[in-house]
Write a protein that binds this ligand. Structure first.
Ligand SMILES: Cc1cc2nc3c(=O)[nH]c(=O)nc-3n(C[C@H](O)[C@H](O)[C@H](O)COP(=O)(O)OP(=O)(O)OC[C@H]3O[C@@H](n4cnc5c(N)ncnc54)[C@H](O)[C@@H]3O)c2cc1C
Length: 376
């Protein structure tokens, strides 16, 4: 039995653990993550056949709407000091519907300061997890599918037991999991029947209404390319996105001078189920490979390297970025059942991006460290 179980080792789950430690929290903590390592949507893809290969296949940067202040500024400073975070001043350019280079479009992810993980994006969550200290036991490759609450203790997959629970993703609380994963019920709703905790009822109702965009990211390996004059991100204008079904291209030079390229493909609304997914992955891969040759025309080195590109497959991000509005911040901690939420889907500054994920974790740490689970 632990004091706190946190599901999800993305930016917010790891930042929560780091923030709890900074606040002097001494409780035992179990971190459970479905993926192979920390990072979530800021993770880095590795390859079994090539040890040095690293590809930021989700978010290539941490975007902020404003210069961070207070605790958030301290967190960024601590990561900069340990050199896992650097200001992201790598060039961002635009490309239009005719395949010509233009200024990047106005976009919230490009409007404020940005930082990038070094050497890769996954380094940020790894460093935050390390800041959490020894009280944290982390388990990877374990997807939680069932939750049960007996009035005082949370039981996860029947194997893990905790006094309090934090969800950093929405899958266990959102009906989307029913379609995408073929689950029969919303696990968090199953665990606590309606009427037991009015705050949790309100949270679940809001979460059920949350929407998120889907991305189909094609990962390519290009041969040795001189990447000195190449941008880090190539954003398509609105008209170009419409025409090509692509949001942006992200370039990731490798240690051995080869180039990783991630094509962030937009979703076309086809229903994603366990049965439909393999065919959708194949179709998106073909469409994205077709689109890319027109998009890299302004960069002749890329155009010629593309002839020898090798596809490393498509990664589907089921909830790449939350849309419209998120969970109200006052429902982030439901004290009766001791369940909390953090992530970029919580309302507030930086909603839908790295800034919001980190800020929500700091806010939740404040709530948890002031609650009765800290006073056993
Ligand atoms: C393609 C793409 C591009 C992006 N571009 C940008 C950008 O340019 N700038 C920017 O600031 N942000 C960008 N973002 C958004 C940014 O990545 C997120 O805001 C941030 O990573 C969210 O962190 P999080 O901790 O809230 O969620 P996540 O990173 O999603 O973490 C949740 C974790 O929980 C785990 N999990 C979920 N359910 C379970 C379960 N049942 N059992 C076990 N583990 C579970 C997941 O595997 C995941 O690791 C982008 C995202 C994507 C996908």
């Amino acid at each position: 039995m632990v004091d706190l179980a946190v599901i999800g080792a993305g930016l917010s789950g790891c930042a929560l653990l780091a923030a709890l430690r900074r606040r002097g929290w001494k409780g035992s903590t179990l971190l459970l993550e479905a993926g192979r390592g920390p990072g979530g949507r800021c993770a880095t893809r590795r390859r079994r056949d090539n040890d040095s290969w690293r590809l930021d296949h989700g978010s290539p940067t941490l975007s902020f709407s404003h210069t961070p202040q207070g605790e958030l500024a301290n967190l960024i400073a601590s990561l900069q000091q340990s050199d896992v975070l650097r200001p992201d001043d790598l060039p961002v350019v635009g490309v239009d519907h005719l395949g010509q280079q233009v200024a990047p479009p106005d976009h919230v992810l490009l409007s404020g300061p940005r930082w990038r993980g070094t050497p890769t994006m996954a380094s940020v969550a790894e460093a935050l997890l390390a800041q959490g200290g020894e009280v944290v036991e982390a388990r990877f490759g374990e997807r939680i599918t069932t939750l049960c609450h007996d009035g005082s203790v949370w039981h996860l997959n029947g194997d893990h037991h905790a006094r309090a629970l934090v969800l950093s993703g929405t899958l266990l609380a959102h009906p989307r999991s029913l379609a995408m994963l073929g689950w029969q019920h919303v696990p968090l709703r199953e665990a606590v029947p309606a009427g037991v905790d009015p705050q949790l009822d309100a949270a679940l109702q809001q979460i059920a209404g949350l929407e998120a965009s889907v991305r189909w990211n094609l990962m390519l390996e290009l041969p040795e390319v001189s990447s000195h004059h190449l941008p880090r991100q190539i954003w398509l204008t609105a008209q170009a996105q419409e025409r090509f079904g692509v949001e942006r291209l992200v370039l990731h030079p490798q240690q051995d001078q080869r180039l990783g390229l991630v094509v962030h493909g937009l979703d076309d609304g086809a229903v994603i189920t366990p049965d439909s997914q393999p065919e959708l992955l194949r179709r998106h891969e073909q469409d994205l490979i077709k689109a890319i040759s027109e998009l890299v025309q302004p960069w002749p080195v890329l155009s010629s390297a593309l002839a020898q590109a090798r596809s490393l497959g498509v990664m589907r991000w089921g909830a790449a970025q939350p849309l419209h509005q998120g969970l109200s911040a006052d429902l982030q901690w439901c004290h009766q059942t001791r369940v909390g939420f953090c992530g970029d889907w919580i309302e507030g500054r930086g909603f839908g991006m790295a800034e919001g994920a980190l800020q929500s974790a700091l806010n939740l740490a404040e709530r948890i460290s002031g609650s009765s689970i800290a006073e056993r």
